[in-house]
Design a binder for this molecule. Structure first.
Ligand SMILES: [Mn+2]
Length: 308
């Protein structure tokens, strides 16, 4: 077997941010990303199974140094795991597979994020995080309420994520523009905090973010469906919905949560790269980069920039 002899060649490491081994090592990284290329529970436009690979490839173009945060993300250390093979026979088993995968990577001082895939990936990830952070609440950023008890024959699909998580821990919904009457009733009966989008007339996004943050426990899990963004910014999703957030809006909300709370884990999901321009993959990659960066910069986070 011919070995690799010249380490001076400019190899591109196939991981998030294209980080060299010393900044992506399993034993020293502060952040861990698990690609989950599954979309078998999608109902409108499929293709989010291609999301994780598109996001990782787009991330090669991100600058390691985040000028806005004055922080070098590569010094946090980001380890990208191999992609998790989908279980297409049974959505419940897929949820449990994601739960086990996240569980393998979770330990104190680590931030674990899942890259979907459809939004059903949030269920297994949130359940695994709950085992470690029983006091956490979830911030569910989505154009849709995802409170259906069952949809298309399964209780574990991408339209039931918020419902399944809410059965185990408090959930706040933000960015919502669509829901069915049964979802509206479920939410009202249980007084689930709902922050539709746009904010009420005259309210700044900073004030909106304040109100959202006030409903969250100190430890927060973030589940971010990219369709919370406006389709003019993020058309490459399975179920685009007009009237969504723009970049400065989602940044204001994530920043506010990171400053006042301890972000313990996250998922970013529903990128279907063939449904929109390649810029969408880069935008999704930058959102993940910002979640890691904001978490690392927060005084509440155990994850900090410490690598050389
Ligand atoms: Mn959605």
């Amino acid at each position: 077997m011919v070995g690799r002899k010249d380490s001076q060649l400019p190899w591109i490491p196939a991981n998030f941010l294209a980080l060299p081994p010393q900044q992506s090592d399993l034993s020293t990284a502060g952040a861990f990303l698990i690609p989950v290329p599954c979309d078998s529970t999608t109902s409108v436009r499929s293709g989010s199974r291609l999301g994780p690979a598109a996001i990782i490839e787009a991330s090669y173009a991100l600058e390691d140094y985040d000028w806005e945060l004055d922080q070098d993300l590569s010094r946090v250390g980001i380890h990208t795991s191999p992609a998790l093979e989908p279980h297409t026979g049974d959505p419940a088993q897929m949820v449990d597979r994601v739960r086990q995968a996240v569980e393998q990577y979770l330990s104190p001082g680590r931030l674990v994020g899942v890259i979907g895939g459809d939004h059903s990936v949030c269920i297994g990830s949130a359940l695994a995080h709950l085992e470690h952070y029983p006091q956490m609440s979830a911030l569910y950023l989505d154009a849709h309420a995802d409170l259906k008890d069952e949809y298309l024959g399964t209780s574990w699909g991408h339209s039931s994520g918020a419902r399944r998580i809410h059965e185990r821990c408090p959930v706040s919904l933000a960015g919502v523009r669509v829901m069915a009457p049964d979802e509206r009733d479920y939410l009202t009966e249980r007084s689930i905090p709902l922050f539709g989008w746009p904010p009420p007339a005259g309210e700044t996004v900073e004030r909106f973010a304040e109100r959202v943050a006030a409903t969250l426990n100190h430890e927060v899990y973030i589940s971010l469906d990219l369709d919370v963004l406006d389709p003019s910014l993020m058309s490459a999703v399975g179920t685009p919905e007009p009237g969504g957030m723009f970049w400065s809006d989602i940044m204001a909300i994530l920043s506010r949560v990171a400053v006042g709370h301890r972000i313990v884990g996250f998922d970013v999901n529903e990128l279907a790269p063939r449904e929109g321009p390649p810029a969408c993959s880069y935008t999704a990659a930058k959102l993940i980069y910002k979640i890691i960066g904001l978490t690392a910069a927060s005084r509440h986070s155990p994850v900090s920039a410490k690598l050389p």
